[in-house]
Design a protein around this ligand. Structure first.
Ligand code: S3P
Length: 415
C-alpha cells in the first residue's frame, strides 16, 4: 500500500473472517517457549511486525524458530539458555517486546541494550525499570525512555502493586520473577490482560517450564474489533469472526459495542492453552451513545480509537473517561483520535483524560494523520468504509505492525 491511501464508502460486508493470531499471546508464546525446555509448536502466530520484533530479538540471543507451512516450532533453550547478543536489540515499534524483554534480561548473566523506532523511542520505560530495580536489576534508561541498557544481576522476589494499568509492567515483573530468589507477586487492581499468567500456567508454572506442546494462537480480538465495527456501520452487513480469543480481559470492546445497541454477539467455543476461544458475529444496525467509566478502559485499551469512531456515528453525546494511558501508546491516541475525527467533520474533543464525541457526525472526509500508528490507520479505514470519506490516510502501511493483511481481508469481506 502506498504512503498515501484514499478510502471511500463500500457496500455490505458478509461472510466470515479469520483474523491473525492474537499479538499479546504471540509475543508470550515465542518468549516463554524460548525459555522453556522442549519444543513448542505454534500455529496461527501473528505475521505482524511486532511479533517479528520479539522473534528477531530472541534469535539475536541464540533462540531458534523453525518455520514450515504456517507452523512455527520454538526450540526451548531453558531458563538460563539465552546468550549475550552481538549488538543492540531492535524492538521496532513494539512496546511489548521491549518491556517484556527488560524483565527477562534483568536476570541474565549478560548485559544488553534495547532500542526501537521513533515512536517507541518516545515511550515511558521507567514504569518498568522501577519495579525491576526493586528486585535488584541494573537498568539504565535514556531520560526515562529507550534506548535501555539492562545488565543482568542476581534478583530477589518482590510483592508489587501496579501503580499504572499496564499488563506490560506486570508481565516484566513476573518474567523477572522467574529468575529471582523467593516469590514474586504482582497485585493488579486494574485487571489488565493476564496472558503472561496463563501462558506460564500452560507451560507448567509453578515448576519448570516444559514446552512439548502444541498451541494454536486464537484470533486477535483487537483486530476482530475492526471487522465487527465495520459490519455494524455498513448497511446490509453481517460478518462472523471465527476462532477469536475471548479472554474476559479482552471483551471490553464487544461489550461496549453491545451497550451502544450494536448487534454483536459472541459464543464461547472452548478453552485452548488456558485461553477461551469462540466466534463473534456482528450485524448492521443503529447505535446509541456510550458512557464509558475509567475502570473499563484496561479491557479495551487498544480499541478506544475505533470505539470513538463508532461514537461519531451514534445519535447523541458519548463520553469515554480515564484515557490517560492512551497518551503513551504507539502515538498519543487521545489527541490523534480527536484530531482525526475533527478533520473528517465529526465533533470530538479531548477533555483532560476524557474523550467527548457528539454524533451523528456531518462527515465531509479529509486527511487523517495516523502518526504511523496501526490502530489509528485501521480505525479510520473503518470510518471511511462507513461513509466518513473520502478519507486520506497519511500512512496505511503501518497496519502491518499488527495486521499485514488487513486491507486484503477487508476487500475479501466485500469492502
Ligand atoms: C499489551 C498490553 C497493553 C496493550 C498492548 C499489548 C500486552 O499495553 O496496549 O497493545 O501484550 O501486554 P500496556 O501494558 O502498556 O497497557
Amino acid at each position: 500500500m502506498s504512503a498515501k491511501t484514499v478510502l471511500g464508502a463500500r457496500g455490505p460486508l458478509s461472510g466470515s473472517v479469520q483474523v491473525p493470531g492474537d499479538k499479546s499471546v504471540g509475543h508470550r508464546a515465542l518468549l516463554l517457549g524460548a525459555l522453556a525446555e522442549g519444543t513448542l509448536s505454534v500455529r496461527g502466530l501473528s505475521g505482524g511486525q511486532d511479533v517479528a520484533s520479539t522473534r528477531r530479538c530472541l534469535e539475536a540471543m541464540g533462540a531458534s524458530f523453525q518455520e514450515s507451512a504456517g507452523l512455527v516450532s520454538v526450540v526451548g533453550r531453558g531458563l538460563r539458555g539465552l546468550k549475550a547478543p552481538a549488538g543492540p536489540l531492535d524492538c521496532g515499534n513494539s512496546g511489548t517486546t521491549m518491556r517484556l524483554l527488560m524483565g527477562v534480561l534483568s536476570g541474565q548473566a549478560f548485559a544488553a541494550e534495547l532500542f526501537g523506532d521513533s515512536s517507541l523511542s518516545g515511550r515511558p520505560m521507567e514504569r518498568v525499570a522501577a519495579p525491576l530495580r526493586l528486585m535488584g536489576a541494573d537498568i539504565a534508561t535514556t531520560a526515562g525512555k529507550p534506548p535501555v541498557t539492562v545488565r543482568g544481576r542476581a534478583l530477589k522476589g518482590i510483592r508489587y502493586k501496579l501503580p499504572v494499568p499496564s499488563a506490560q509492567v506486570k508481565s516484566a515483573v513476573l518474567l523477572a520473577g522467574l529468575y529471582a530468589e523467593g516469590e514474586t507477586q504482582v497485585e493488579d487492581p486494574f485487571g489488565t490482560r493476564d496472558h503472561t499468567e496463563r501462558m506460564l500456567a500452560f507451560l507448567g508454572h509453578p515448576g519448570p517450564l516444559r514446552s512439548d506442546k502444541a498451541l494454536t494462537v486464537p484470533g486477535d480480538p483487537s483486530s476482530a474489533a475492526f471487522f465487527a465495527a465495520a459490519a455494524v456501520l455498513v448497511p446490509g452487513s453481517r460478518l462472523t469472526l471465527t476462532r477469536v480469543l475471548l479472554n474476559e480481559g479482552r471483551l471490553g470492546f464487544f461489550t461496549a459495542l453491545k451497550e451502544m445497541g450494536g448487534r454483536v454477539s459472541w459464543e464461547r467455543g472452548g478453552v485452548h492453552a488456558r485461553e477461551t476461544v469462540g466466534d463473534v458475529t456482528a450485524v448492521h444496525g443503529p447505535l446509541k451513545p456510550l458512557r464509558l467509566a475509567a475502570d473499563r478502559v484496561p479491557g479495551l485499551v487498544d480499541e478506544v480509537p475505533l470505539l470513538a469512531v463508532l461514537c461519531a456515528f451514534a445519535d447523541g453525546e458519548s463520553r469515554l473517561e480515564g484515557l490517560a494511558e492512551l497518551r503513551h501508546k504507539e502515538s498519543d491516541r487521545l489527541a490523534g483520535t480527536a484530531a482525526a475525527l475533527t478533520a473528517l467533520g465529526a465533533e470530538a474533543r479531548a477533555d483532560g483524560e476524557a474523550l467527548v464525541v457528539r454524533g451523528p457526525a456531518r462527515w465531509h472526509g479529509g486527511r487523517v494523520e495516523t502518526f504511523g500508528d496501526h490502530r489509528l490507520a485501521m480505525a479510520f479505514a473503518v470510518a471511511a468504509l462507513a461513509g466518513a470519506g473520502p478519507v486520506e490516510l497519511s500512512d496505511a502501511a503501518c497496519a502491518a505492525v499488527s495486521y499485514p493483511s488487513f486491507f486484503k481481508d477487508l476487500t475479501a469481506a466485500g469492502a
